[in-house]
Write a protein that binds this ligand. Structure first.
Ligand code: TXA
Ligand code: MG
Length: 339
């Protein structure tokens, strides 16, 4: 199929969003920008449309999708028995990069929830996405708009590189502001559980959910046969073709370690760059949000430049650093060197 590239400059914006909303109402799939990463959207009420998402991405059928809403009324249409904490969190963090796992409402089709009785919901902090949901009048199920196993897309060109010819349209917007996928928290478990770290941090959530626990899969590899609370965490995600190793240590030690290796590249902090030879800078430790913003673009660059091996300087496990660490440890297939 031909994939339409829908432009969003002033003169095209309204037409493009209308066109995308039409496609969605007719059971098609459209890639849309969000503040975290680009998502591949379809109606959460249309089982056949959802099947198209799984087919285009090559996504395993047992991995459920996040449903995107544009207001609190729509939240009431997709979830049931919503606990009071959900409203407190929504008030504070929505629209924004926080996904809540709640009891599934009856209209959400089975392919969205992969057979679970829960549904993951968020309100994205992106005007184009909010307008698209509003205009289509539909809650939109949307996983990241990458081929399964590839780094998530933070630019429209990443979506086209992975999905051109496989989806109906792409809304050609700017780079994603956050760069890593949303924080996922289950309010269906007691105590509540952090399933995936993101830009809404564990520390911020603890103010609302003092007994929040961090799921084992956030930082550890699941053992053979162990059940994942968040099915997505069991897959080897975010993997570039380049062999990635995560390296923990000071700038000096990191540089000494990588400079002693041959045939490889360092993915480093701005603060390390001066003392390294072959390198890609992914951000600054003084502002770890920059690491999140550039992470997936850097992982894509590794493949585009054909590097065999990459050593990535590990961020902290605090704040948004935990989200970056969580993605990297998967890109590295859990290979970590501690200097
Ligand atoms: O920022 C984001 O969340 C992006 C943008 C597009 O909104 N979306 C995204 O979707 O990252 P995806 O499909 O790549 O990741 C969804 C994650 C998976 O790890 C999945 O297993 C988990 O959310 N998930 C979805 N529904 C769930 C449920 N009912 N219970 C537990 N985990 C769920
Ligand atoms: Mg994804």
């Amino acid at each position: 199929m031909e994939t339409l590239e829908l432009l969003l400059d002033k003169s095209n914006k309204e037409n493009s969003i209308n066109k995308a909303a039409e496609i969605l109402k007719n059971g098609g799939v459209v890639a849309m920008p969000t503040e975290t990463v680009y998502g591949l959207a379809a109606s959460a009420y249309d089982n056949d449309a959802i099947t198209k998402i799984f087919t285009a991405k090559g996504r395993p059928q047992d991995n459920p999708l996040i449903v995107h809403v544009c207001n609190m009324q729509m939240l009431g249409e997709v979830a049931e028995n919503i606990p009071p904490e959900a409203f407190g969190l929504a008030e504070k963090f929505w629209p924004g990069p926080l996904t809540l796992v709640l009891k599934k409402g009856p209209k959400i089709c089975n392919n969205v929830s992969a057979g679970l009785n829960t549904v993951a919901v968020r309100m994205p902090n992106n005007d184009i996405a909010l307008e698209l949901i509003n205009k289509s009048g539909l809650p939109l199920a949307a996983p990241s708009a990458n081929l399964s196993g590839r780094p998530s897309p933070t630019k429209a060109e990443h979506v086209i590189a992975d999905l051109n010819g496989k989806i109906n349209a792409v809304l050609m917007s700017d780079s994603s502001a956050v760069g890593v996928e949303s924080t996922v928290v289950s309010l269906c478990t007691n105590p509540p559980r952090l399933l995936r770290p993101g830009a809404v941090t564990k520390e911020q959530l603890e103010e609302f959910l003092p007994d929040l626990v961090v799921d084992n899969a956030v930082l550890n590899e699941l053992k053979e046969g162990e059940k994942a609370a968040s099915p997505g965490m069991k897959y080897k995600h975010y993997a570039p073709k380049t062999e990635v190793t995560l390296v923990e240590g000071s700038s000096q030690d990191f540089a000494k370690f990588v400079n002693s290796k041959t045939d490889c590249v360092a993915v480093c902090f701005l603060e390390d760059a001066g003392i390294l030879t072959e390198k890609i800078v992914y951000g600054s430790t003084r502002n770890e949000a920059t690491l999140a913003k550039n992470l997936f673009e850097c992982l894509r660059q590794l493949d585009n430049k054909g590097y065999k091996k990459a050593y990535v300087h590990a961020p902290t496990k605090n704040g948004i650093g935990l989200a970056v660490y969580n993605r990297l440890i998967r890109a590295a297939a859990f290979k970590v060197v501690k200097l």
